[in-house]
Write a new protein. Structure first.
Length: 151
C-alpha cells in the first residue's frame, strides 16, 4: 500500500466524469488499498478515485463502522432531508452547509465484481452522496447553502 497525493480544488480533473470499472484485477485492488490508506492518513471519511487522479468509478468510505469499497456505485434510494456542514479533502480548510438526503441506499460492486447493497443514514448518507458526486465531477462547494466558511 502507498499514500497517494490528493488532488486539490482548481485541478480540472475534479470536474470530469469518471469511467466505469470493467477490469476487476490486482491493479484495482492496489488502487482501493492505496485509497483507504490515503483517506485514513488524511483523516477523511470518504475518498473518490478522482481525488487521487484516477477517473474510475471507485469510492471508499469509513464513517467509523468499517471501510466500504464501492466500485461502479449508484444511488437507488433517497429519503428525507438533512442540512449539515460538509468539508472535503480536495477543498482543505473550507466547510459549508449542504442539503442531502437523510437516508440513502447504494448498489455497488466490490473489488472482485460482486454486487452489494448498502444503506446509510445521516453522516453515512452524506458521505455516499458527497463521494458519488465526485464521480460525476461535482464538488460539494456547488451545493453549499450560503457561504463557504474557513476552518
Amino acid at each position: 500500500m502507498a499514500l497517494r497525493n490528493i488532488v486539490k480544488v482548481g485541478d480540472p480533473i475534479l470536474n470530469k466524469k469518471s469511467r466505469p470499472v470493467e477490469k476487476f484485477d490486482d491493479r484495482l485492488g492496489v488502487l482501493i488499498d492505496d485509497m483507504i490508506e490515503t483517506m485514513n492518513d488524511a483523516g477523511g471519511v470518504g475518498l473518490a478515485a478522482v481525488q487521487v487522479g484516477m477517473l474510475k468509478r471507485v469510492v471508499v468510505i469509513d464513517v467509523g463502522d468499517g471501510v466500504m469499497e464501492l466500485v461502479n456505485p449508484e444511488i437507488t434510494l433517497r429519503e428525507g432531508e438533512q442540512r449539515e456542514s460538509e468539508g472535503c479533502l480536495s477543498v482543505p480548510g473550507e466547510y459549508g452547509v449542504t442539503v442531502r438526503p437523510k437516508k440513502v441506499q447504494v448498489k455497488a460492486q466490490d473489488r472482485n465484481g460482486m454486487w452489494h447493497v448498502y444503506t446509510g443514514e445521516d453522516l453515512k448518507a452524506r458521505a455516499f452522496c458527497h463521494e458519488l458526486d465526485h464521480l460525476d465531477g461535482i464538488l460539494f462547494t456547488s451545493k453549499v447553502i450560503g457561504k463557504l466558511e474557513k476552518a
